[in-house]
Design a protein around this ligand. Structure first.
Ligand code: 3PG
Length: 214
């Protein structure tokens, strides 16, 4: 089996763990472990921690080391350096908002599975040529929502998507009903106010609602 194929299988297994992958922006790494425990307790094991704050790598490290049942990933990966740093911190999958030739070359050389973002059929075709069968559709709602994604199901049936960007608990079912959607991503499970307040029960309740989407 090619390395790319095994990485695609790892991505697929991760995306199939739950209907939603929470997209986390974390300001205080001390919140990482209780937050991840709450998500796992609510039935949401795959967690994307975005590299948008200085706390992100410490948060990934802490979740990887301490939270049983969590599959921690890294989001907002823009460069090869991001990819390597996150893998060293313990990330088990990586997500990017789009692609660049250098990032794709780095991903080819890395054992960390990448879920790259696309917003057009041409981008999806280019990634298909490189062996990607699982893609993030980003930004899902502004780029055309479930209508656009549904329109790709017939010409691009080999590709499964994780739409992310502007999706809510209310709109998630429209996406999850599409034949080419494996799960959705969204930040609504880990809102800033709940993270700041340490409202882990509240985050677990949001996770339970998300888990019940399927
Ligand atoms: C992101 O990467 O910011 C995700 O798309 C999250 O989007 P959301 O905040 O609209 O869920």
């Amino acid at each position: 089996m090619s390395t790319m194929e095994s990485k695609q299988q790892q991505v697929e297994a991760t995306l199939r763990l739950a209907p939603v992958v929470p997209v986390v922006i974390i300001d205080d790494a001390r919140a990482a472990v209780p937050m991840a425990r709450a998500l796992v307790a609510g039935g949401i094991p795959a967690i994307e921690v975005t590299l948008r704050t200085p706390a992100a790598l410490d948060a990934i490290r802490a979740i990887a080391a301490e939270v049983e049942g969590a599959v921690v990933g890294v989001g907002t990966v823009l460069t090869a350096k991001d990819l390597h740093a996150a893998q060293q911190a313990g990330a088990r999958f990586a997500v990017s908002p789009g692609t660049s030739p250098r990032l794709l070359d780095a991903a080819d050389d890395s054992s960390l599975p990448l879920l790259p973002g696309v917003a057009t059929a041409s981008e999806a075709m280019s990634l298909l040529e490189r062996g990607y069968r699982h893609l993030k559709f980003f930004p899902a709602v502004p780029a055309g929502g479930q209508k656009l994604l549904g329109a790709w199901a017939s010409p691009l049936p080999q590709i499964r998507f994780c739409p992310t960007g502007g999706i809510s608990l209310a709109s998630a079912p429209e996406f999850l009903a599409l034949p080419n959607v494996v799960c959705v991503g969204g930040s609504w499970l880990t809102p800033v106010d709940k993270l700041l307040a340490g409202d882990w029960a509240g985050i677990e309740a949001l996770a339970r609602e998300a888990k019940a989407l399927r």
